[in-house]
Design a protein around this ligand. Structure first.
Ligand code: PLP
Length: 978
């Protein structure tokens, strides 16, 4: 027998779920002879790409990782003293391996189905408790995208909540001591909604200026100063002015909390709690506030409620505040946040506990103090008086200092005045590092002698005396075994892609391959500060340039911006591009955004945040945009038309035939077309946003391009734009700088009002390339799939959806299809008829799927009472079949209620999900068997997933809001009394 050396492992074969023979069976079920025939019936001819994608040939996993190592090695990891909100940190290895590198955590989705998400809900509750304890506030949310956007959210909230006496006030005062990226972002976000920004010195601000409604302060300040804001906040409150403070969590273990100083909102980043810098992200920002603002708080909040057995259970609280409900009335568009990173930061606090956290902070402060003292002794002028971890030093010859620092591979913060240098310490630094630093300053000192005399010398009022992290969870799991087992116990409560398919429509829960994930934790990507000089980040620059080129090829656009950190933030960025474009043409009056009825809630919310007015366009009975209505509205608003926002294929899971005509109508009226790219998984290689006629779109890299959802973030939402919009892409103050020169509020006292946007309108994220370190994942995916592989993925995703549709025919109605009766990559199943026939709601079906080991598809979006199923290309036929069997079995269970065979109130659906505790209880009095409850189909026995709580009562939790950890037994007593 001859031997062949031809075999090469193909990544594409591993990414796709189907073998050739499985695919052949599926095509037969769908009723086509080839996958291309199906695509012809599904994707309108007028929009099909004329040529295959021109991308580099696919690499094997081994080739890719070897080549990528070389690219990574072009990044130079210098020791960072840059501070400015980003610090080097030790990720505890137990957290690194068991959370960050663990697919059970990173492949989970946002905890919409709380009964199978109690693990991450608890981890998020820990995060919220940690934040509210340390900041001294009543409650905190479960993360935002970054500190700068969290500060902008605070501004929005305080603006929306102005008291009666301040209703016409529109100036937001920002301390010049805030981080420069925060000041920049505040300008971006304030301008379109008519807020004026005044940057200045908080020590001299004239609060009697009646136009000021709010303040933003930094604590400790960006240059290191620790100011006592107590009196300023009290004076502001007397005048009806509210105050937000951007604070550092580690500093708060030693410093009086902003809450104790009277702050209304505290925001910040939890990055230094064990999350690598990653050249900008991802990290979890936080937002904490007073109880009075709990209904206005942006983002998601986790709260404690009770389940059907009266036991405590967690779920997302106060959902009616969110953009998906409030749409154009929403005050925030935040959807995907930073769950995985919040889980890590909260776990860092669990692992260390209050004593160790304080010890870490003392060490960081102590080292800073040693450095400051030694520098002063040697005659340097340290201009920071009270500081925690950052000092500013006045330097005679900055150029020669820069040279020495470079030679020692050290990054310092060089101020734009060429006179001052900033030095920020973190938990990874030691006394030896201080010696090295002194060396660069050309001096030496007896550091041990200085260290012996160390003590905190802040004014009394700044010394923290209040307790924090007193809950048992922060005082129990301090050994590695305990922590490992705690994390495992949480992990086991959550259903993720490691268990079964998660067919959430519009979310694209595809494979997040291990080879794609491996580079994320390489230090060459993780240990780089976002403001590190460009010549230290050549690997990253190469990655950006390749990825930009590939995404341009895929979208058909002229340029990309990799800055936005989520889909919704991409929407905002894209709309701001459109806004700046119109302004550049003297069309600043163009402010109408046409948005179809079926759009995701973030679309109208983003439009309003970009200063636009939303006009809704109807959909017809097939779920398509009603072209006549669109034409009428475009005619009516012709003069003021800014844009159309359209999702393609539609959120109804259909490739609309009229998309080209729709885009043409908008262009005829001088508008631009914004395409929501959430459904790109149905486009790649077959059509493209540019081909359908769009001018700008965002790509959810956490959907189509394999960044895992992390339980609700991180994500990345880069935008692509057509030629005419390229000059208006987001900017960032660091982008053209070769040196880490970080300006200190370089827009001092500059005031912009609505209608005065600069050409490129500024930043949308704190970091210039958003969450740069996870761009490696999408890069890996494209590099290993190649153009043909990506196109095959799209075809397979469409086949998988149509296969499910075919298998469910006769059991469920598919709500919308294209002209040839085909679904795109997802479909909506109508569950509304069951309510009348059997009293069964769509929620009952979602919960019953848990008993079968599945996460529910998307419930009630975009149509109430339906589920939207998106299988993706990565699921095997066997898995699709198991899911279909579960859905068909559930349909039969509904039929049993319809026919009277099962009780209308007490049945398997109404009682779902069934926990082990319920199923094994001595007193089983249900009118169906335990077997039927928990092992409804044979395959379930082999892979049973046990929900850890019974059906959760959300309304109870909203009425009795509890958003931080409380002792379980105390809670149980409360429930009993209620
Ligand atoms: C159609 C659509 N648009 C926008 C978004 C918002 O994207 P993100 O959650 O990344 O902000 C989603 C999120 O699921 C979506 O499905």
């Amino acid at each position: 027998m001859k031997l062949s050396l031809q075999y090469q492992e193909s990544f594409e074969d591993r990414h796709h779920g189907q073998t050739d023979s499985a695919q052949a069976d599926m095509l037969q079920t769908v009723g086509v002879s080839s996958i291309n025939e199906l695509i012809e019936q599904t994707v309108p001819e007028a929009i099909r790409l004329a040529r295959p994608l021109d991308l580099p040939a696919p690499k094997t996993e081994m080739q890719f990782l070897a080549d990528f190592r070389k690219l990574a090695s072009q990044n130079k990891v210098f020791k960072s003293y840059l501070g400015t909100g980003y610090y080097d940190t030790f990720t505890p290895n137990v957290i690194l391996r068991n959370i960050l590198e663990n697919p059970a955590w990173y492949t989970a989705y946002t905890p919409y189905q709380a009964e199978i998400a109690q693990g991450r809900l608890e981890a998020l509750l820990n995060f919220q408790t940690m934040v509210s304890d340390l900041t001294g506030m009543d409650l905190a949310n479960a993360s935002l995208l970054d500190e700068a956007t969290a500060a902008a959210e605070a501004m929005h909230m305080l603006y929306a909540m102005r008291p009666a006496t301040k209703k016409s006030a529109s100036t937001f005062f920002v301390s010049k001591h805030c981080h420069p990226q925060t000041i920049d972002l505040i300008f971006t976000r304030a301008t379109p909604i008519g807020i004026k920004v005044l940057v200045g010195d908080h020590r001299t601000v004239d609060l009697t200026n009646g136009d000021i409604f709010g303040l933003l302060l930094q604590y400790p300040a960006s240059n290191g100063d620790v100011f006592d804001y107590t009196d300023l906040i009290a004076s502001a409150h007397e005048l009806g002015i509210t105050v937000a403070v951007a604070a550092d969590l580690l500093a708060l273990t030693l410093l009086t909390s902003p809450g104790e100083m009277g702050a209304d909102v505290v925001v910040g980043s939890a990055q230094r709690f064990g999350v690598p810098m990653g050249y900008g992200g991802p990290h979890a920002a936080f937002f904490a506030t007073r109880d009075a603002f709990k209904r206005q708080i942006p983002g998601r909040i986790i709260g404690v409620s009770v389940d059907a057995e009266g036991k405590p259970a967690m779920r997302m609280a106060l959902q009616t505040r969110e953009q998906h409900i409030r749409r154009e009335k929403a005050t925030s568009n935040i959807c995907t946040a930073q769950v995985l990173l919040a889980v890590m930061a909260g776990s860092y606090a669990v692992y260390h506990g209050p004593q160790r956290l304080r010890a870490i902070a003392e060490r960081v402060h102590g080292l800073t103090k040693v450095a400051a003292t030694a520098l002063r002794w040697s005659g340097c002028e340290v201009t920071t008086e009270n500081y925690f971890d950052t000092i500013t030093v006045k330097v005679g010859d900055v150029e020669s200092l820069k040279k020495s620092a470079r030679a020692a591979q050290i990054n310092l913060r060089y101020y734009a005045d060429d006179e001052h240098v900033g030095i920020s310490f973190d938990e990874t630094k030691t006394l030896a590092d201080v010696t090295e630093l002194l060396d660069i300053f050309g001096t030496k000192a007896d550091l041990d002698a200085i260290a012996d005399e160390l003590e905190i010398t802040w004014p009394e009022r700044l010394i923290r005396t209040s307790e924090y992290l007193t809950h048992p969870v922060f005082n129990t799991h301090h050994t590695e075994h305990d922590m490992l087992r705690y994390l495992k116990s949480l992990e086991e409560k959550d259903l993720s892609l490691v268990h079964s398919m998660i067919s959430l429509g519009s979310c694209t829960m595809k494979l997040n391959a291990t080879a794609e994930m491996i580079p994320v934790t390489w230090p060459e990507f993780g240990k780089i500060h976002p403001f590190a000089p460009k010549d230290q980040t050549l690997g990253y620059q190469q990655l950006f340039s390749d990825l930009n080129a590939w995404l341009c090829e895929i979208t058909g656009f002229a340029a990309m911006s990799l800055q936005p950190n989520s889909g919704a933030q991409g929407e905002y960025a894209g709309l701001m591009v459109i806004r700046a474009y119109h302004e550049s043409r003297g069309d600043s009056h163009r402010n109408i955004a046409l948005i179809p009825q079926s759009a995701h809630g973030t679309n109208p919310a983003s439009a309003v945040m970009a200063g636009m007015k939303v006009v809704i366009v109807k959909c017809d009975e097939r779920g398509n945009i009603d072209v006549a209505d669109l034409r009428a509205k475009a005619d009516q608003h012709s003069n003021d038309l800014a844009c159309l926002m359209v999702t393609y294929p539609s959120t109804h899971g259909v490739f609309e035939e009229s998309i080209k005509e729709i885009c043409a109508i908008i262009h005829e009226h001088g508008g631009q077309v914004y395409m929501d790219g959430a459904n790109m998984n149905a486009q790649v290689g077959l059509t493209s946003p540019a081909t359908i006629g769009a001018d700008v779109c965002h790509l959810n890299l956490h959907k189509t391009f394999c960044i895992p959802h992390g339980g609700g973030g991180p994500g990345m939402g880069p935008i692509g734009v057509a030629e005419q919009l390229v000059p208006f892409l987001p900017g960032h103050f660091t982008v053209n700088s070769q040196q880490p020169t970080v300006p200190a509020g370089n827009r001092n006292s500059q005031q912009l009002t609505a209608g005065q946007l600069p050409a490129a309108y500024g930043a949308v994220s704190a970091a210039p390339y958003g969450s740069a370190s996870i761009l490696t994942i999408s890069y890996a995916y494209i590099a290993m799939m190649g153009g043909e592989g990506l196109t095959n993925a799209t075809k397979q995703a469409i086949l998988n959806a149509n296969y499910i549709k075919a298998r469910l025919e006769g059991h469920y109605e598919t709500l919308y299809t294209g002209t040839n009766g085909r679904a795109a990559h997802e479909m909506i199943i109508d569950c509304r008829p069951f309510k009348q026939a059997a009293g069964i709601e769509v929620e009952d079906i979602a919960k019953r799927l848990m008993d079968y080991g599945f996460h529910a598809p998307t419930v009630s979006f975009p149509v109430a009472g339906t589920v939207m199923i998106e299988p993706t290309e990565s699921e095997s036929k066997a898995e699709l079949d198991r899911f279909c069997e579960a859905m068909i079995a559930i349909r039969n269970e509904i039929r049993e209620v319809e026919t009277g065979e099962a009780d209308r109130v007490s049945n398997v659906l109404k009682h779902a999900p069934h926990t082990a505790t319920v199923a094994l209880a001595d007193d089983w009095n249900r009118p169906y068997s335990r077997e039927k409850a928990v092992y409804p189909l044979p395959y379930v026995r082999a892979r049973k997933f046990w929900p850890s709580v019974s059906r959760i009562d959300s309304a109870y939790g909203d009425r009795n809001l509890v958003c931080s950890c409380i002792p379980t037994d105390a809670y149980a007593e409360e429930v009993a009394e209620a």
